[in-house]
Design a binder for this molecule. Structure first.
Ligand code: ADQ
Length: 414
């Protein structure tokens, strides 16, 4: 790519609706798919697309995210333009605050953009599960002569309240942008769908600097791209929508619709994890043309053992991470993080289990998310009686049980 590209990854979202998983960590640092974190998806997309100059804009509860970036994503050092650097708020705005919105996050790093002097800035969120060859979007942006390009895909109209909704002409030029309006217009010829912004933008550098500079000086603004900047740009700047459905990754079957999920709620997060472990997953983690990178822990392989009473440790339709030991326990349709121990007679079904969890003998657990470091005592039953569960745990509307983490790790049985 001859263009000079700088990527800014917006990783400062609170993720309130994912609580309690975001009680101690920023949303992009929430574990996903066993050994990964949500932010691994956007970072892998950038690196696999040959974009190596990346600033990650972080703010509160960033310790876990920083540690993950250090463990998995610090590289380079040899070449000046190859880096992934986390940047906390520089408190440069008038109020000397945290990043008060996405535009303010960019404004506070004005100097980093000027110093890098890129031709274009790839400004992506850190909260989504998808694979994307960003080069295809950049090519589209330049072919169109766009000032701004927004990646977009159709979603059901009931989600208009959660997204920026775009109206386009036949050429893909954006005619209107409606941020989180329940009655936003549906797609022509498709009254059930709206065209949603994925929150991923490409900007020409000078335009971006000009926009965030003006926005910073506007006391009425909430400093958010979707709310304050994009809707007003429509008439003055060539803005185009990039159709994410045309994005193709080598090795994926041709013609399939690419997978994209906003895992903003516990139920959406759960469903998307379950998609990863499906027999025929809509996003194939095993496509080696587009590796999903993460921290490289030196975990031992997962182990399946007979227990002392000759019961088999088994897992089926599940993803297991390194260091797991299934000793006489059975795991079905679940996603297990690192170092999970499942003891004899235990039964774990349709669950997401984070790192370092110990599931005691004869436990029966169904449809639960179990946080890191939790020790489930023997004979515990979860997911079979909603009323009982509600007395002890957080239970979502759909009946998903969330078992909160412990503050300090408990010793695990070996
Ligand atoms: P939301 O996802 O609701 O809508 P937002 O909460 O601003 O928007 O998050 C966007 C990205 O920026 C996320 O990756 C988040 O982590 C990060 N972020 C949020 N606040 C930040 C801050 N103050 N500092 C740094 N990073 C921050 C947006 C768009 C919609 C679009 C959806 C797609 O506004 O138009 O449809 O994304 O999910």
């Amino acid at each position: 790519m001859d263009l000079k590209v700088l990527a800014l990854v917006l990783a400062g979202g609170k993720g309130t609706r994912l609580a309690p998983l975001t009680a101690e960590r920023a949303k992009p640092a929430v574990p996903f798919g066993g050994k990964y974190r949500i932010i691994d998806f956007v970072l892998s997309n950038l690196i696999n697309s040959g974009i190596y100059s990346i600033y990650v804009l972080i703010q509160f509860r960033s310790q876990s995210l920083l540690q993950h970036l250090r463990d998995g994503w610090q590289f380079g050092g040899m070449l000046q333009n190859q880096f992934i650097i986390p940047v906390p708020a520089q408190m440069r705005s008038a109020g000397e605050t945290w990043y008060s919105g996405t535009a303010d996050a960019v404004y506070q790093n004005f100097n980093l953009i000027e110093q890098s002097a890129p031709d274009i800035v790839v400004l992506f969120g850190a909260d989504h599960i998808y694979r994307m060859d960003v080069r295809q979007m950049i090519r589209y942006h330049r072919d169109k002569g766009a000032g701004v390009t927004i990646s977009a895909l159709p979603v059901e109209k009931k989600f208009a309240k959660d997204f920026g909704v775009i109206e386009i002409d036949e050429d893909g030029r954006i005619l209107a942008f409606h941020e989180k309006k329940p009655d936003a217009p549906t797609m022509p010829g498709n009254p059930e769908m709206v065209l949603a912004s994925m929150g991923n933008y490409i900007f020409e550098r000078e335009l971006l600097l000009d926009l965030v500079g003006k926005d910073a000086a506007d006391p009425q603004s909430s400093h958010d791209f979707g709310t304050n900047i994009l809707p007003r740009l429509v008439d003055s700047v060539p803005m185009y929508a990039y159709d994410f459905q045309t994005n193709h990754i080598a090795g994926d079957p041709p013609g399939g619709t690419p997978y994209w999920r906003d895992v903003g709620t516990l139920d959406a997060y759960y469903e998307s994890n379950m998609d990863m472990r499906a027999i025929d997953p809509p996003l194939n983690l095993y496509n080696r043309n587009w590796p999903l990178r993460t921290a490289g822990y030196s975990d031992p392989p997962a182990k399946f053992a007979f227990d002392e009473e000759n019961r088999r440790g088994e897992a089926i339709d599940s993803i297991l991470s390194g260091g797991c030991i299934l000793s006489g326990g059975v795991v079905r349709r679940s996603v297990l993080g690192r170092h999970v121990f499942v003891h004899s007679y235990a039964q774990v079904e349709d669950c997401i289990v984070f790192d370092n969890v110990d599931i005691g003998r004869r436990c029966k657990i169904r449809r639960a998310i179990i946080e890191k470091n939790v020790r489930i005592p023997p004979d515990t039953v979860i997911g079979y009686d909603a009323e009982e569960d509600r007395k002890r745990y957080q239970v979502t509307e759909s009946g998903l049980v969330v078992i909160k983490g412990e503050r300090s790790p408990v010793p695990l049985s070996s």
